[in-house]
Design a protein around this ligand. Structure first.
Ligand code: PAF
Length: 283
């Protein structure tokens, strides 16, 4: 695996591949890699000649009181895992190279509407940081295809909108969530959980799954299903942020008439904020 930390060098290497008509697959990450990330890399490998993974803990997407400093940093381990998958290139820029004039002075890419609900409501500015860094990474790497996890379904929809609105020449693929045996969605933040919290954590997925079962059995009382899941989470010891059933295409609140919907959940266990979602078709 070849490692680059300078955008110019990264782009130059990829220009060589492009000159040979090779296609480039891209998986942007913040490191702390787990099996979920590795499945994105495998997917990228299956659709492109060469795969680039970026590892960049993007300060622009963290709020003032969030976990930027605590976010898992384990570059050696990440590189080893990528090496084992035969990843072609890894891009590891620093905040200074990505934001040489500082975060405040950085030009930003703002996707409307989709960014203000769900996690966007509780983490103001978060998705502006995500769309800005992803746009910038796309411009450096120039991938034909980029793969994102469906665990962050809101992020995936925002990136698809960004790509469509700015006519970026990238195909964005969503990859299904990788789960632990007990259903917990894999996340770098799971490493924050202590033993007791880890035992409770799968309740988030269970509460969403119960609502989905009810929907599949014909229930369309979405407020009641949301309330039921919130109660389950509170009883288990979570401090829920939201449980909401929305359209899986544009994140508008779901009504009985909508067929493509998803249930989204975010909840805290101690200081750790976990998110998950399940997509359902009622058609
Ligand atoms: O999902 C993530 O890890 C990040 O939000 C991303 C897409 C790498 C942007 O920093």
């Amino acid at each position: 695996v070849k490692i680059f930390d300078q955008p110019g060098m990264m782009r130059e290497q990829l220009d060589h591949l492009r000159a040979e008509s090779k296609t480039i697959g891209f998986v942007p990450t913040m490191g702390g890699l787990h099996e979920g990330h590795l499945s994105l890399v495998r997917q990228a490998k299956s659709v492109a000649d060469a795969v680039v993974v970026s590892i960049f803990i993007n300060p622009l997407q963290f709020g003032a009181n969030e976990d930027l400093d605590a976010y898992p940093r384990k570059l050696e381990d990440d590189l080893q895992q990528l090496e084992q998958l035969d990843t072609d290139m890894v891009f590891t820029p620093t905040p200074d190279t990505m934001y040489p004039l500082g975060l405040e002075a950085q030009t930003k890419v703002l996707v409307p509407d989709l960014t203000t609900v769900l996690c966007g409501a509780s983490r103001p500015g978060h998705f502006d940081g995500v769309s800005t860094v992803v746009c910038k990474l796309f411009n450096i790497v120039g991938p034909n295809t980029a793969v994102f996890g469906q665990k962050d379904l809101q992020q995936l929809l925002i990136i698809k909108r960004l790509v469509a609105d700015l006519a970026l020449p990238v195909t964005v693929i969503g990859h299904p969530t990788t789960r632990e045996a007990d259903g917990l969605a894999m996340s770098s933040r799971n490493t924050y959980l202590n033993e007791d919290q880890r035992a409770i954590a799968p309740t988030l997925y269970q509460s969403l799954s119960e609502a989905v079962e009810a929907i599949k059995n014909g229930s369309r009382d979405y407020p009641a299903l949301e309330k039921g899941a919130l109660t389950t989470l509170e009883k288990a010891g979570f401090a829920p942020d939201y449980i909401e059933i929305r359209r899986s295409t544009d994140l508008i609140r779901a009504t009985e008439a909508d067929e493509d919907i998803a249930i989204f959940g975010a909840a805290r266990l101690g200081t750790t904020r976990l998110i998950d979602n399940i997509v359902v078709s009622t058609g």
